[in-house]
Ligand binder design. Sequence first.
Ligand code: HDE
Length: 727
Amino acid sequence: MAQNRKLSTPLSLDDTASKLDEQTKAQDLSANTASPGARLTDNMGHAVSDDQNSLRAGVRGPTLMEDFLFREKLHHFDHERIPERVVHARGAGAHGYFQLDKSLSAYTTAKVLTEVGVQTPVFARFSTVAGSRGSADTARDVRGFAVRFYTQEGNWDLVGNNIPVFFIQDAIKFPDLIHSVKPEPHNEIPQAASAHDTFYDFISLTPESMHMLMWVHSDRAIPRSFAMMEGFGVHTFRLVNAQGHAHLVKFHWKPLLGVHSLVWDEAQKIAGKDPDFHRRTMWESIEAGQPFEWELGVQVFTEAQAEGWDFDVLDATKIVPEDLVPVQRVGRMVLNRNPDNYFAETEQVAFMTTNIVPGIDFSDDPLLQGRNFSYLDTQLSRLGSPNWPELPINRPVNRVANNQRDGHMRQTVNRGRVSYEPNTLGGNKPAEVPQARGGYVSYPERVSGPKVRARAESFGDHYGQARLFWNSMTPVEKEHITRSLQFELSKVETRDIRLRMLGHLERINEVLAAQVARALGERPRVGGTARPGGTADSAAETAVLAAATTPTSASGRLHRAKGLSQEEGQPRLARGRKVAILAAEGVNAAQVAAVSKALTDAGAMADIVGPHLGALAEGVVANKTLANTDPVLYDAVLVPGGAASIQTLIGLGDAHNFVAQAYKHAKPIGALGEGTELLTASEIGRLLRAIAGPAAGAVQAPAGRPDAVQNLSEVGGMRLASGAGAQ
Ligand code: HDE
């Protein structure tokens, strides 16, 4: 522990690093963990006899300046806050490891991508972009997906997002984009929301953002859990092999649980009921021994292949469709340890796109090139000193040795008098490392051209992949995109901006544009069957919307691409899901036990929600109440039998609301034995009878939720529960 180190203990990074070579990053971090000592001291080690009262002249007199204990405590407190990240301020992180299953040695020398079976420690941080540090987790937004690999060759940071493209093509527009989406400067409204004039003013004048716009209006922007979203490196990177040959690469993270989302009404309500919804889910899941897991995927291709496509792989507003280059899954990331301290780890972690290792290199994507400046730059204003790489969460696990010295808050006590190179007094160490022994050498890409401020013509198609995305959606997904655009654009107060946006939507898909136009009270310029109110709420309209596709460009000659819809081909597991078991005193304990066991066996979690906390029946303890939780926080609701329990619940409005709201959000609702009486007594009884008949058991979830676990038998064990529950 730092404060117990004797002065004679060397604090040089040389020494700590060599020790760390034999340790994992987990041990490294825990070595810096300060647990509360038995004796209360100030920061200088003086034992404190009274931490309740400041030093005064008389019991009712003024505080004395000489009260060094009081002044030190307040001084520290007054300076506890650091600037939040200018973007991605709200985030949550976890530790774990990455293990490679398939060597990429044909393409790269990077050990982390060639040494099969080796576990590399990682720290991942997930974030929203626009909101400030205290905003809600479930805002409609892109999610940051930043992963640091603590490799033996230094830190490799893959600082990605959960959406594979970006709003802009050139980093010089980033400050404009962010200023437009942040709360408006005169009144600081709205928080963590893009539904306002300045954002759409900028977007409507920036056609290159249209592909990204389709993604942020899709369900991808309201994930169910961090563990149920994909991650993307976004840019094209380069891999360089031992022969010095380069390939281009896109990085992907594929969640083992599949890609799943909330629905928008639910996301908004969760923002109030539990603003920490995503970070809490990750924390609780890891604490319960259920790690968050992804496979690392790569799309590897050559420059020659890329030259044949009708889009530019240096343009970050474009994907490389998986139909053109399949994603090879090469390894697995497991996040299995919560941080010990949010500030020390999650807040102080400083990711940088420039953290790369030999065998991995940049492409000339102008967005990536700009990011390579920004991330280093921002750390200084956030962390306040060029010595931020010494913080435990930022320090690599391999040896750091160079001639950098001093600066605010320097931790390392460098020995000796040599801090320059070349030298003879220190044996000319640390010495440069030749490429053959792991020294980083940039790929010798041939570069030439006039010095210009101009965009390549190959970046010119702004609508083709927006259409490709739209065409690749299922009917329900299309409807969600339509409703989201209706929602956001209806909040834009300036009509000219709304009209400019409609102009762009018309170029993407005319039925989509018509539906949105009607919701904005505008006459659709082209066909479409929209009606006032704008939603496609009749079967005929939904069908028209679903069928609506548009010819595509900039797509590699595809009309529809695989891997874009999150309704198709995603696993729908009970694992990682949460079920509310509604119960009151007298609940059928055997049913609750059987259901709980089945859920646990399937990797799902359950809360027992009662009218009050505590015992409800033999072995059944409510850990949540109808007042302190809400159906929006669960994936499914189950009502076990027990006559007394059901009579109590039928008498409680909150219990009726619980099942009704779960139904509104198209979640599976199941009842066992007398449990069905609550459902039939509630306002959804009529509907439930129409769908499932009066029989007990699992109820099919209504349509409208593309990726809901479709019925209770899929929420692992519910079928078992039904059987077990037959009284
Ligand atoms: Fe970032 N971005 N970004 N960004 N970004 C930051 O760095 C920036 C972009 C991303 O959990 C900042 O340390 C520029 C794309 C993540 O700590 C800052 C541009 C992608 C995180 C910054 C972009 C990202 C950041 C703010 C336009 C997906 C959070 C604090 C060229 C590939 C990392 C910080 C964490 C954070 C700049 C665009 C992902 C200011 C200039 C595209 C996940 O440096």
